[in-house]
Design a protein. Structure first.
Ligand code: FAD
Length: 345
């Protein structure tokens, strides 16, 4: 079985970030999951990165998520230079695999702003093909087939790489960014083998990170990757937007919004869902007072279950909703919360 490398980024406390389970689950569909964890090469370098991980606990945590091997790659500039250290770490992992005769078939990253940039830079550095914003992946024979959701989610498109272009073999591996929340499969827990590697250093070019300011804690899950998202639109009005927040809190979900709601100042820009906001694929997406413009649907249409509440029975959001209620969200949502309370759910 060929290796499927996964870039593991870490939270402020050093633990694997939320995307790790999904990426390793996707990797297990394609080969042997190998977690690549960049770590700072020199402890005295100024860095905003997570604290040095305790290797054994990191290996245990990633093994529980299905990583057969955990590759700690020491790299210069981590947390001090944006994205190029991660590119260097992945390039070193690919090179090490190729030299030892186990060239990886794929490299998987989360389709986040950071993941997209790392993927693009890595593709250029390796001269390797890239499949962007995947919602699924499978191995068919010796080919990796990647699924994309396009044109606002109306079509699913499968892509794979040709083995040759202009008579020349296409360099691998295939680099794939996975849309957070889109892949439901999870890998079985294993005892991960811990390995160490050093990325050859040198000056790393890239934007220098002066400081990191974490967003104020809300106690809610992050929008990207949340299992439940309650999103509000212009129809709620500024005073009414709180019903979306109350329902989100009642369901333990994240708060999302249409661009119109963001532009009107009901909620901060980070909550925007859609073409120019965050793309989400939760188990449950509740749209309150959102018309369902194509730019909004592009960011939520792959949610597993969509519930819409809108006063306009012809609103396009109902075209993609599994359950629709025609009515005033400001009246319905408080009743819904009261009913949940009454049922003790
Ligand atoms: P409206 O379209 O004004 O809809 C409000 C809805 O609320 C209506 O359907 C109305 O019937 C309903 N309503 C009113 N009162 C109530 C009530 N009391 N209870 C229930 N329902 C009620 N939009 C995004 O969301 N995300 C994006 O990323 C995005 N990117 C864009 C990129 C480009 C290049 C462009 C041109 C546009 C983009 N837009 C995006 C904007 C998009 O086209 C729409 O304008 C926007 O999504 C509309 O937001 P809305 O549904 O909240 O508002």
């Amino acid at each position: 079985m060929t290796d499927a490398l996964v870039l593991i980024t870490r939270l402020a406390d050093g633990a694997p970030s939320d995307s790790a389970a999904e990426l390793l689950g996707a990797a297990a569909l394609l080969g042997e999951p190998v977690a690549v964890v960049p770590v700072a090469a020199s402890a005295d370098a100024p860095s905003t990165d997570a604290p040095p991980a305790a290797p054994d606990s990191l290996a245990a945590a990633l093994g529980a998520l299905g990583a057969a091997r955990v590759l700690l790659v020491a790299v210069d500039g981590l947390g001090a230079v944006a994205t190029t250290p991660e590119v260097a770490a992945l390039a070193a992992a690919v090179a090490a695999g190729t030299e030892s005769g186990t060239a990886p078939a794929v490299v998987l990253l989360a389709h986040t702003a950071e993941g997209r940039e790392i993927a693009g830079r890595l593709a250029v550095r390796l001269g390797a093909p890239i499949a962007y914003d995947a919602v699924g992946a499978a191995r068919e024979g010796d080919r990796t087939v990647v699924r994309h959701s396009v044109l606002g989610g109306d079509y699913a498109v499968d892509s794979s790489i040709a083995s040759a272009r202009d008579g020349e073999p296409v360099a691998g591996p295939l680099i794939v960014t996975i849309r957070p929340g889109a892949v439901g499969e999870r890998a079985a827990a294993v005892d991960a083998r811990l390995e160490h590697l050093a990325a050859s250093g040198g000056a790393l070019h890239g934007a220098r990170i002066e400081a990191v300011h974490p967003a104020a804690a809300t106690g809610r899950p992050a929008l990207r990757g949340a299992k439940v998202v309650v999103a509000g639109g212009r129809g709620l009005g500024k005073e009414g937007f709180g019903v979306a927040e109350r329902l989100a809190d009642r369901l333990g979900g994240a708060v999302g919004a249409s661009r119109a709601a963001v532009d009107a100042g009901y909620v901060e820009g980070a909550a925007q869902v859609g073409q120019t906001g965050t793309t989400v694929a939760p188990d449950l997406y509740i749209a309150l007072g959102i018309s369902g413009a194509i730019q909004h649907r592009a960011g939520m249409q792959t949610a597993k279950t969509i519930v819409a509440i809108n006063t306009d029975r012809d609103a396009p959001i109902f075209d993609v909703a599994d359950f629709g209620l025609v009515g005033d969200a400001l009246e319905i949502v408080p009743q819904l919360i009261a009913e949940l309370d009454a049922r003790g759910r």
